[in-house]
Design a protein around this ligand. Sequence first.
Ligand SMILES: [Zn+2]
Length: 387
Amino acid sequence: MDETRRNLLKAASALLVNQWAAARLGAFTGESSTEAGRKIVIVTCGGIRREDTFSETGIHNISHLYRDLLPQSSFYPFVSNAGVTSHYNTISSILTGNWQRVDDWGKTRPQSPTLSEYLRKQMGLRQDQTWVISSNKALTSKIGASSVRDFGPAYGANVIFPKQLLINAVVHAAAEGRAVHSTDRSTMQPEIESMLNRDNYDGLGWSVSGADSSLNPIMLGTMQQAIENLVRTNAPVTGDEFTYLVATEVMRRFAPSLLTITFSDMEVAHFGSYSLHMAGIRTVDRLVYELWNQLQSLPAYKDKTTLFVLPEFGRDLDGSNTNGFFNHRQNTASTRVTWMMCLGDAVRKAQILENPIEQTDVCPTVARLFALKNLDLPGKPIPGLLL
Ligand SMILES: [Zn+2]
C-alpha cells in the first residue's frame, strides 16, 4: 500500500476514534478505576489452515510470524476449536471461555460472560478499557457483552467495525445507481453525508450510540474528504489495514487493558480465490508484526503487554465435498486444529509447547493474568506462561 493511501486511512482512523471519544466523553466521567496494570491484546485471524501457515508448504506466507516472532514466543502448534466453526461462535467462545452455540450471524449475545464483563465488573474498569475492533461483518455489536443476568452490556466492550464505514459509502452509492469509484465529488457527497449524519452509529458498526452522535461540521468535512479520496483510488481497500490503524489509534488514545482485534481479509476465500486468500494471510502476517512493534513503541504497552495471536479455525480439506478452502465446516483436523502464538510480558521463555490445548483455555489464562477471582470456567490456564 502506498504512503499516500496509508496516510488517508490513518487520517480516517483518527477521525473515527476522535468522534467516538467526543460522543462518549460524558459517560467516562465519574467512573473509578482506569488501569488494570497488565495489558492483553488478542488477535483472531479468520480461518487459515496449518498447511498454508505453519508447515513446510506454508511458511513462505508468514515470514514475519515465522522468522521475527516465533523465536521470541510461546508457540502452541495444536490448539483445537471444539465448538461451532463459524466466526461469531468461535470468537464468542474465545472471549467467554465456554463453547458458544448461538446464532452464527450474531443475532444473539453470548450466553456466558465475556472477559470484558468479568474484568470491568471485578476491577471496576472504565468503559474505554475494553474493546473489540473487527474487520469481520459476521460479528455484530452483540459480541461485546453476554445475556447473563448480573453481567451484560453495562460491563461490555466497545465494539467497532471500521471497514463498514467505508463499505457503506460505496454500497449506498452503488445501490443508488451511482458510479462506485466516482471521482465526482458531487455524487459521493450526499451519500457520505447522510451516512455520517444518521441518528446513531449502529449502521456504521458503532455499537455505542452516544446521546449526541451527530458530527460537527469540521469533523464531517475532513472525514468526507478522507473517504472520498479513499473511494477515488483504484486499489481495493483492505479492511484489515483499516482495522489495524483504528486499533492503533484506540491504543494511543485510550490504552485499553483488553483489546481484541479480528482480522478477516483472508475470508475472501469464501469467494473462491485462493490467491486472494493467500494475500489475506500475508496481510495478517505483516499487520501482526506491525502491531507487535507498535506495542513496543507505546509507553502504555511496552513491557506489560501479552499478545495472543490465533486463527479462529482452519479451513476444509482440498477435494472435500464442502469445497475445500472456500469453507470451514468440516469436522476434520484441517478445520478444527489450529495454532496460537503468545508474545510479550507473560512469556516465560521462547518455546514450542506441543501438548494440545483448546481455544477456551485463553479466557482462564487471561483471567489469571488479570488476577480475576472465582470464575467458573471449564478450561484451564495455558502452560508455559508466567501467570
Ligand atoms: Zn469464514
